[in-house]
Each structure stands twice: as C-alpha cells, then as structure tokens.
Design a protein. Structure first.
Length: 326
C-alpha cells in the first residue's frame, strides 16, 4: 500500500532543498574578521557587509546568525536585521528552524522569529530530514517540527537522520532506525557513522568497514578509522596514515598523509609530513601546495585557511581572495 504521508514528506523535503539551494546561491557570502569585528565578503573578496559584529556564523537558508553587544539575532544578505538581537545564543537555520537560547531555555524559531517549539529537553539537535534528536533523562529520541515526540526517548544516544535513517546507540552498540523508531539494522557495531552515498562506516572490534542499507558488508573491516563517502571517495586510516578508497574498497590515493578531509568540490585538504596543509585532486596530485597552518573544505568555490593564527579565504587555484586577518 502506498504511504501517502511518507510520499508527501519526501516531496516537501525535496522542495525545501530546492528552495534552500536557490536561497544559498543568492546569498553566497562568507564571514570574515577584521580588526576584531565580523562582516561578510562575496566570492571575489569584496566586502558586502562591513565588519561590525562581535561574532557571526555563515549564511544558512538565506539568513546568518550574528552577535552584537552580547545578543544574537539574524540578518539577511543586505545586513538588514530580520530577527532582532535578543538571544543569548543562536544557531544556523536547518529545515526552516533554528535553535536559540534565552537564559536557560531553548527554543526553535522560524525565519520570522516566531517560537515554534519551546524545548523541554536536557539537550536537542538541529532538524535534519524533518526530525531532531532530543535528550530527556539521559535517553534519546526524536521530535518533529511541531515538537511532537515521534520516536520516544529510548536510546542511549542518537544522531541526526541521514538518507532517511537514524544512527542510535543501545546497550553500547550502534545500529540504525527508520522514521518510526524501528531498527532496520540491529545494534551490532562498536561504532558507526551516518549513511552517506548509500554506505555507512561501521566498526567491529578495532577495525572499520562499510555496509549498505541491507546490512550487507560492502567493504570488510580493515581500517583504523574511516569517514563518510563524499564525491565517491572515503577517507581511511591505515597504520596511522590517511588516504582514500572508492566504493569497491580499492585505494584511489594511498595512505601517506598525517590527516585528510573529505573531498569537496573536487579537492580535499590534507596534512603532509611537514605538518602543513594543502589540497589534492582526485588523482592525489597537489592542486594547492601545502603552506597553511590549517585548511578547511571548499564551499561555493572558496576554502577557509589559517596562517599565523589568522583566517582567510583562497580560491581553487590557491590565490588569496581574502588575506588572513583577525
């Protein structure tokens, strides 16, 4: 029988993603810090919002959380205050809602600042795929965007939903549940990560491998650590060194780095034996030579890097778009 509620939820999510992506493309701004204040630049390095905030996050779903005089609010890409500066803490929007805090009380608000959910939990996460984990009396469950407990707090730990599955821990073992809270993969693993590109890293004993959503072992446990698949490749650690494998478990880039990040927009940040960070392409060739104190993944054509304890942005050719500053 066709479950119309599930189909409706999927359609809603897809439309939301399309609208979010459209909004993100229209507000591709990057936070920068200059003379102790935060503002925003575009991908050419031009200042769009002059540095004026005490702290600021990146844009998410068209709005950015910013802080001034100890209070957080939300601005749009023109620096217009959309939700006034009134909160003691604020997080990014996700699935149309954002967590904010006033005193010891957490709320979920919409993009008009309207309180949608007043949290009654010890801790809670952001919404992903229409659900958010919550912790009540040291047990974890999930709520929907109306604040209704759709999966009762029964688990020792719970993470974000990803690819319509939730990663949870019960009796010190990790497994995966569906949106009803039923196990689709029983808690059998010593550690595990979310599904990404239809595969999930799982730990058995002291080694990681990968399973599919039918619990079939696709890549046998062999690695000391393992990340999510991104752009068809996953980072793995063998004998303390990091490299990349494909979905057949074959090395695409042999383990030879002190650390690697996921691939993002065709490049991955890596830490070489000189403890400097650079970027490699999918063949393992350096596209940007190691010269940074720290390096993050590319987002909308730019990557955030650190040198001399200052942060800046580079493009995919390694050119500075924003010289490191603080």
């Amino acid at each position: 029988m066709i479950n119309h509620k599930i189909i409706s939820a999927i359609i809603f999510t897809l439309l939301t993603i399309i609208l979010i992506n459209a909004g993100e493309q229209a507000t591709t701004l990057f936070p920068v810090k200059q003379n102790g204040k935060y503002g925003y630049i575009d991908n050419t390095g031009r200042i769009i919002i002059k540095p004026q905030y005490d702290n600021a996050w990146g844009f998410s779903e068209g709005l950015a959380a910013a802080c001034t005089n100890g209070k957080w609010g939300y601005i749009d890409s023109t620096a217009k205050t959309i939700i006034k500066f009134q909160y003691d803490w604020a997080e990014d929007f996700s699935d149309g809602l954002a967590q904010v805090m006033t005193g010891d009380v957490n709320y979920y608000i919409d993009q008009t600042g309207k309180i949608i959910i007043k949290s009654q939990y010890n801790a809670s996460g952001n919404f992903y795929e229409l659900l958010s984990w919550v912790r009540s009396d040291n047990k974890y469950g999930y709520i929907d965007k109306q604040g209704k407990n759709v999966i009762k707090p029964l688990f020792d730990w719970a993470g974000n939903f990803s690819e319509w599955t939730g990663l949870v821990r019960q009796n010190k073992k990790y497994g995966y549940i569906n949106r009803k809270g039923d196990f689709i993969i029983n808690p059998l693993f010593d550690n595990a990560r979310n599904f990404s590109e239809s595969l999930a890293a799982i730990k058995t004993g002291d080694k990681y491998g990968y399973i599919d959503k039918k619990q079939k072992v696709v890549i046998p446990p062999f690695y000391e650590d393992a990340g999510d698949f991104k752009e068809g490749l996953a980072r793995v650690q063998v004998n303390y060194w990091w490299g990349f494998i494909d979905k057949k478990g074959e090395y695409v880039i042999n383990p030879k780095y002190l650390w690697v990040d996921d691939f993002s927009q065709g490049l991955a940040a890596v830490k070489d034996t000189n403890r400097k960070y650079g970027y490699i392409d999918r063949t393992g060739k350096f596209a940007i030579k190691p010269k940074f104190q720290m390096a993050l993944g590319f987002v909308n054509g730019l990557a955030k890097i650190e040198n001399n304890d200052k942060w800046g942005y580079i493009d995919k050719s390694g050119n500075y778009i924003w010289e490191p500053s603080k």
